[in-house]
Design a protein around this ligand. Structure first.
Ligand code: DC
Length: 222
């Protein structure tokens, strides 16, 4: 039986960085499910479809293929119709697109089997918004990772600046707050801690402390 660990939480809580390091330590596969919603957002954006234009997005879904694969360094890549779009999906515009398209129930249904299948064949740490509540309700360990909006915005801001992007902290904070609102108020699979999850607030923790805390929770519960 494969072991699944679900990590959910709001944008910028450090889920991907922390989960990736924890997965390496435990020799688990790490899957970032946000990349799937981002790939669908990117596809809509490229086709000049509004992020809330549900009929057009549903039509678009009929003809697209979204897949996850791993490169030779073991890092996840996301393929849109066979094209590696992993770096193109990390812009602020696509973040907002991803948040909007993720509220559409058919988009969530479209990605469900792909996510569940990954967990059937691997020991996995999967991060997202609804992994513990919807995708893998039987996950062995469920962690809800959070931090204050200001701390999360500062982390995201530093990341974008390091990538050479020209952004303002106030805009990043506004984006974080808008996405928090959208992600937790949508009707289908809203962002919320699973009842049996352990809630971890990383506001006062550095990266190393956060990783250690997660690993100890995982080991205690596995
Ligand atoms: O984790 P992320 O920031 O890359 O996710 C991008 C968007 O995708 C996020 O605003 C909400 C959505 N998402 C989701 O609804 N469910 C998931 N399991 C993962 C992401």
């Amino acid at each position: 039986m494969n072991i699944a660990i679900a990590i959910d939480g709001p944008a910028g809580a450090g889920k991907s960085t922390i989960a990736k390091l924890a997965a390496k330590e435990l020799s688990f596969i790490y899957v970032d499910t946000g990349a799937l919603y981002r790939a669908i957002g990117l596809c809509a954006y490229r086709n000049n479809i509004g992020s809330k234009d549900v009929p057009q997005i549903l039509k678009m879904l009929e003809d697209i293929r979204v897949e996850l694969a791993f490169n030779d360094k073991g890092e996840q890549i996301v393929l849109l119709n066979g094209e590696d779009v992993s770096s193109l999906i990390r812009t602020p515009e696509i973040s907002m697109y991803a948040s909007d398209v993720s509220a559409i129930p058919e988009v969530r249904a479209f990605l469900l089997d792909l996510q569940r299948n990954m967990a059937k064949t691997n020991n996995i740490i999967m991060d997202g918004r609804d992994i513990g509540t919807v995708v893998l309700p039987n996950a062995k360990v469920k962690i809800f990772l959070t931090a204050s909006a200001e701390v999360r915005a500062k982390r995201r801001f530093d990341e974008l600046i390091e990538k050479g992007m020209d952004v303002k902290y106030e805009d990043v904070l506004k984006d974080v707050e808008t996405r928090d609102y959208n992600d937790s108020h949508r009707e289908t699979a809203p962002l919320k801690p699973a009842e049996d999850s352990v809630i971890v607030d990383t506001s006062g923790l550095d990266l190393q402390q956060s990783v250690q805390k997660l690993i100890s929770i995982m080991k205690e519960n596995m």
